[in-house]
Each structure stands twice: as C-alpha cells, then as structure tokens.
Design a protein around this ligand. Structure first.
Ligand SMILES: Nc1nc2c(ncn2[C@@H]2O[C@H](COP(=O)(O)OP(=O)(O)O)[C@@H](O)[C@H]2O)c(=O)[nH]1
Ligand SMILES: [Mg+2]
Length: 393
C-alpha cells in the first residue's frame, strides 16, 4: 500500500512531501512489517526526516547489511543468497553481476543441497548397517564418496577464475626500461594516460586504469621498468613493480624488438599466474622470441596501435561462457574443507579402518556444507558476514 503524505517538523512545519509504502509481514524483504519512505533526494531533507523518526524512539539507523541479515534470520533467503545480494551490489563487471544474480537465484544453493543429499544417503546406508544385519558394500560407498568429491571439485576448480572474474583481472604491464610499457598501456586504455618518453626511468609510480573488455573488468597497471641496479625513487618504483607483479592475475611482459629478450629477463616471466610475451616496436624490426614453453607471444607496435586487437583477443580467450558459481572466499574455503573431509573418508576406507571412522569424516563434511548454506552457523559469523555490506542493504 502506498500513500502520498507529508512529514512535519517539530513545529508542524512541512519538511517534505513524501510517499510512504507499507510492506506488511511476512511478504516484505525482511519478513517483518516494513515501511519505506520516499522523499526528495536532498541529504538535508533525509537528515531532518531521520531526526524526526529517531526522536520517536521507535526506530534507529540500520547497521550495514541489517535488512538482508534479518531476511536471512527470518528465513526469507538462504545465507548464500543473502551473500549474493552483497555481491550483486559490489560487482565490478557485467560478468560479476551475472555471477551474483545466478547465486541469488539459488543455483549454487541447489548444487550444495544436491551434494548434501548424496552425503546424507551414504551416511544413512552406513548407519543402517550398524543396527541391522545388512552388510554395506564398501566399494559402493567408496564409489559414491568419489562422485561427491568430483562434484565438489568441479565447483572449486573454477573458483580461481571466478575470483578474478568477479573482482576484475589484475593485469600488470612489465618489462625493461624503454620497452614501451607506457605506450602499450596507453594503447590499451585508449588515451594517453601515462607519460611516454625516450628517457629511461620515466614511470616511477604505478599508474592504473580500469577497462571493461568483453564484459569483464581488467585493472591495468603500468609499472617502472625492471632494472638490476637502480637507486632513489626509481628503486622504490621497481619495488612497487615487483609487488604488483606478485599479485597479478595476468602479466603483459613487454620486450623491445630492436633489443630482443635478454637471459636475465626470463626469470621475471613466471612471477604472475599467467604471462603473455608482448614483442613491441615491430614497426622498427621483426624479432622472433625464443620458444618459452606454451607462453603466448604477440607482436605489436604500441606507438602505431598495431596488433593491439590480437593482444586483446589473447587475454580474453579464456573467459568461460559459463560464469563459475563459486567466487566468494567464504564459499571457496568451506567447499575446500568439505572436500578434504570427503577425501579423508575415502582414505579411511582405503586404510581398512572401521566404517564408524568414515561416518565421522562424512559428518564433518556435512557440517562444512551446512555452515556454507547457513543451516548450521553461529550468530557471530553471520554478523561478520553482513557487516561487510553497505548501510541500507
Ligand atoms: N618505433 C616505436 N617506438 C616506440 C614504440 N613503443 C614505444 N616507443 C618509444 O619508446 C620510448 C619508450 O616508450 P615508453 O612507452 O615510455 O617505454 P617504457 O619506459 O617501457 O614505459 C618512447 O620514445 C616511445 O615513443 C613502438 O611501438 N614503436
Ligand atoms: Mg613507462
């Protein structure tokens, strides 16, 4: 029910004309009676209305995530779905939005409930054998546990990709001084963001830029050229380079075609999770880098914008069509914990211990999954999860 109304100040003066919408329980977002006031979007008006509400003593300002936390506590949504609301608000890429929406619709929950069902079946079979003469087939139990492990594994396997797809792909552009890193950075971001100069050591601070490519967010970092011996600000710049190299999901390692790649550089090629070798300045001369395993190599001219499209194709090649379901850290950790107990159950069977011991492992795995769905969780953890949300959600 929605009404047009006015909110009055202490002296019956009108603060604003507002709409008030009542959402009666149990159909509201939180499952409780909820009133929503729509006022004009001036922070001064909001502050005056809040002040009028607080003097009644009937309401207070909500804590971060409190609405969604109440929705969870009142069983309006599962914990995983409630977390998806936070993820939806915090998503930084179109893919991230897609992933959070799928979780919100319950795709991950239903996978987990399915896995839990299978574990419960196995547990019931084993326990029934304790109280009846029915023998259980240990090989059958082992096969079932292996299936469960594979199901969890396939969800966890994609979580690394899931994490960077949700948070953005941290991409570091590295190489020797003057290789053309800043030029490449500018060519990718599409405007002259970083200073390009023939003088070595021009870039000292990290320069970063967010770029949305094929729906996925990349955070590109232009860095100071790596050098063995440097001092002062240049040395600090190089330390920053090494630091961001270690954190990178992707490294674009730039080599000047006129100089080729030196032996000492090869040790910097394996620092990031994935490295693409970018041979730059091919407008000046051609250069074939020595084969470095299965590393992608692409020839470009950053100055003349040649080959940039091919580079973009290479770095976006591995974006999967289906966004991974597990991408929030808490989910990853609990899935891994459940998996390690299932694995331990299989090992217990292999080592010839009693079935009793296997049930302990299965119960632990179930408990990790229950913590994930929020069916078995203490309030402290719940409060911590929601405290990361923003106010009003
Ligand atoms: N001919 C040519 N010159 C380039 C190219 N890319 C960069 N340069 C030049 O190389 C020098 C160093 O470039 P810069 O981007 O500042 O290198 P950085 O030190 O690695 O950041 C500048 O004079 C650029 O104009 C290229 O593709 N072709
Ligand atoms: Mg530079």
């Amino acid at each position: 029910m929605q009404v047009l109304s006015e909110i009055q100040g202490r002296d019956k003066d009108i603060i604003d004309q507002v709409t008030v919408c009542l959402h009666p329980e149990p159909h509201s977002y939180t499952g409780e009676d909820l009133a929503e006031i729509g006022c004009h979007a001036n922070p001064l008006i909001v502050a005056r209305i809040m002040e009028r509400i607080s003097v009644t003593g009937l309401a207070r300002v909500a804590l971060p995530g409190e609405f969604t936390m109440r929705a969870f506590l009142n069983k309006k949504m599962s914990l995983v779905e409630a977390e998806a609301v936070g993820a939806l608000i915090g998503a930084k890429s179109l893919l991230g939005l897609d992933m959070a929406l799928k979780t919100l619709k319950g795709e991950l929950s239903s996978e987990i409930y399915g896995i839990r069902e299978k574990l419960l079946d196995i547990l019931t079979d084993i326990e029934a054998s304790f109280v009846s003469d029915n023998e259980v087939d240990e090989q059958e139990i082992k096969r079932s546990l292996k299936q469960v492990m594979e199901s969890i594994n396939s969800l966890v396997e994609s979580s690394d990709a899931g994490h960077s797809m949700f948070n953005g792909v941290v991409t570091t552009i590295a190489g020797l001084p003057n290789a053309g890193k800043s030029s490449l950075f500018n060519a990718i971001v599409g405007y002259p963001r970083a200073i390009v100069h023939e003088v070595e050591g021009t870039t000292r601070d990290l320069v970063s830029e967010h770029v949305l490519i094929k729906g996925l967010e990349f955070v590109f970092y232009d860095t100071a050229g790596i050098k063995e011996v440097a001092q002062g600000p240049e040395q600090i710049g190089i330390e920053k380079t090494m630091d961001i190299l270690g954190k990178a999901d992707l490294v674009l390692y730039v080599v000047d075609a006129t100089r080729g790649i030196s032996r000492q550089e090869t040790r910097w090629l394996n620092i990031g999770k994935r490295t693409v070798l970018v041979i730059n300045k091919v407008d000046l001369c051609d250069y074939n880098a020595p084969l470095l395993g299965d590393m992608d190599v692409v020839k470009v001219s950053a100055k003349y914008n040649w080959g940039i499209d091919r580079l973009i194709d290479i770095i976006t090649r591995d974006i999967p069509d289906n966004a991974p379901m597990v991408f929030l850290e808490r989910h990853v950790n609990l899935m891994k914990r459940a998996m390690s107990y299932v694995r331990s159950g299989i090992e217990t069977l292999d080592s010839g211990l009693t079935l009793d011991a296997v049930t302990i492992d299965i119960r632990e795995a179930l408990s990790a999954l229950n913590e994930l769905t929020g069916d078995e969780i203490n309030l402290d953890v719940v409060e911590k999860i929601f405290s990361k949300f923003c106010v009003g959600k």
